[in-house]
Design a protein. Structure first.
Length: 111
């Protein structure tokens, strides 16, 4: 499983490609719900395409994080996946940075 507690406040997720992505997203959402006090960084470096089912799970995770007043950050998003986010208008909803070091540094500066 590519989910790890990077620090006390940050959960880092190395997202697997489809079709495993959906199960991983369900697990991450459950962890975030159970903890209620963490930021989540999702690394898309192994993802080349994303299904509508996984998109809906990402939106559920985003809503949970927003409701808990915490951040969900995506990194290493492939151009094809970024294109899907842009076409669907989700690029304005999700926070996307270049790599996990930028994401983690940004969270630590705020935290």
């Amino acid at each position: 499983m590519g989910i790890q507690n990077w620090s006390e406040e940050i959960v880092l997720v190395d997202l697997p490609p489809e079709p495993e992505m959906g199960e991983e997203l369900k697990t991450v959402t459950q962890i975030a719900r159970d903890r209620g006090d963490c930021e989540v960084v999702v690394d898309f470096s192994k993802v080349d395409i994303i299904t509508s089912s996984s998109l809906s799970k990402l939106l559920r995770l985003k809503k949970l994080m927003t409701d808990c007043n915490h951040r969900l950050i995506f990194c290493n998003v492939a151009p094809a996946t970024k294109g899907i986010f842009t076409v669907t208008g989700l690029d304005g909803i999700f926070e996307i940075v270049d790599d996990k070091f930028v994401a983690l540094a940004g969270l630590q500066m705020v935290g």
